[in-house]
Design a protein around this ligand. Structure first.
Ligand code: HEM
Length: 353
């Protein structure tokens, strides 16, 4: 018989446990939302910092907002298989969707004002795997960390403190080399005459399981013809789009893909540090740009050239940028595609990330 005189079990411990679980869940949510760490750098904050003076331009990329799409092929010569088992390094030809672009958050910026030009690529392999990459023509990045990139945007936008950039440069001396490059490097008159660099480091793994840390560049076949400052000034605001459209109509344009392997001790986690020129470099194939399509009707508009979309045989390294970029590009992609009505074109196929 049950002992009716015994007191019923107290519900208190169960209630305390439930309350504790609720507290942990609320704390996890608050942490994720950044409420407990207001100074933590979030992808939304970093993307917010990229707005031009008049505010973000709805419907457009939050950086590298001005650009033009292209289609073409990657012709692999097979040499890349020695360092990566990625399918795109097997001998063969693989379709490419890409975008030439300018490093500005303003889609109406004049081409003569944008110092940095970019090349974005998506190579699709027969098994459906993809390689995406977004490179620039600078030989190194202005800053060493994603946090410094955010602080740079804040310093550039800080109109209340005339010394904000001097203070930034004192705290981030690596920016001096970039300033020297930006002030002295020649300007060409064509996207086709630029060399584009990954700057970030990645790890390639070959079929034998050997890892090597690498960077890559796309080296133009076209000879760079430098513009004088006067010639640059006389160019129209959109001369680069007009030039590349005409040039590709008359002949496909080519870039050799060169993969550079790090030596032990090279700065793999810091894209503001170029590696010495003598590093082992393998030419693995050729990018052939065959047609140019305006961005509004083009296949690149609703692509996110997330640098962490990598096939088997490639992975991110100790470089913190690709992960930070991936998170920021996703915020930018989500914002711009949600603002579709503000962009001068509605894709019939819907957005793809
Ligand atoms: C923490 C550092 C960085 C941040 C926060 C950042 C942010 C962004 C954002 C928000 C976009 C627009 C993405 C979209 O809407 O699809 C973008 C595009 C781009 N970024 Fe970055 N970026 C960073 C570093 C870099 C680096 C290191 C490179 C080159 C080595 C680079 C090259 C590009 C290029 C070429 C594009 C154009 C991509 C396209 O055509 O869609 N960025 N960046």
């Amino acid at each position: 018989m049950p002992d009716k005189s015994a007191s019923p079990r107290s519900p208190l411990p169960a209630l305390i446990l439930i309350a504790a679980i609720v507290v942990v869940l609320v704390a996890a949510f608050a942490y994720t939302a950044g409420w407990l760490t207001p100074n933590r750098l979030t992808p939304a904050k970093i993307v917010g910092s990229l707005a031009p003076p008049g505010g973000a331009v709805p419907g457009f990329r939050r950086n590298h907002a001005k650009g033009i799409c292209f289609s073409g092929d990657f012709e692999s010569n097979g040499s890349g298989a020695a360092i990566s088992k990625a399918k795109m390094f097997m001998p063969g030809t693989y379709p490419v969707t890409g975008r030439f672009n300018l490093a500005t958050p303003d889609p109406k910026a004049s081409d003569a004002m944008a110092r940095v030009r970019g090349l974005s690529l998506r190579i699709t392999m027969p098994d459906g795997s993809e390689w995406r990459s977004a490179m620039i023509d600078a030989p190194f990045f202005p800053v060493a960390t994603p946090q410094a990139f955010y602080e740079l945007q804040r310093a550039l936008a800080n109109k209340n403190d005339p010394e904000s950039m001097q203070k930034f440069a004192a705290a981030h001396p690596e920016i001096a080399a970039f300033g020297a490059w930006a002030g002295s490097a020649p300007w060409t008159g064509s996207y086709a005459e630029e060399r584009y660099n990954s700057l970030n480091s990645f790890v390639f793994t070959n079929a034998d399981g050997q890892d090597q840390t690498v960077r890559w560049s796309f080296v133009p076949a076209a000879k760079p013809e430098n513009l004088t400052p006067d010639e640059l000034k006389q160019k129209g605001a959109n001369f680069l789009d007009a030039e590349i459209t005409k040039r590709v109509q008359s002949a496909p344009q080519r870039w050799a893909m060169a993969v550079t392997v790090a030596n032990p001790g090279d700065a793999t986690a810091d894209p503001s540090k170029a590696w010495p020129e003598d590093r082992h470099t393998i030419e693995v194939g050729t990018l052939v740009v065959k047609s140019i399509e305006p961005e509004p009707d083009g296949p690149c508009r609703d692509l996110n050239f997330d640098p962490t979309v990598l096939p088997a045989g490639m992975r991110v390294s100790d470089d913190p940028f690709p992960a930070a970029r991936s998170a920021a590009y996703s915020v930018s992609f989500n914002r711009r595609t949600a603002e579709d009505k503000d962009y001068p074109h509605t894709p019939s196929q819907g957005a793809q990330q």
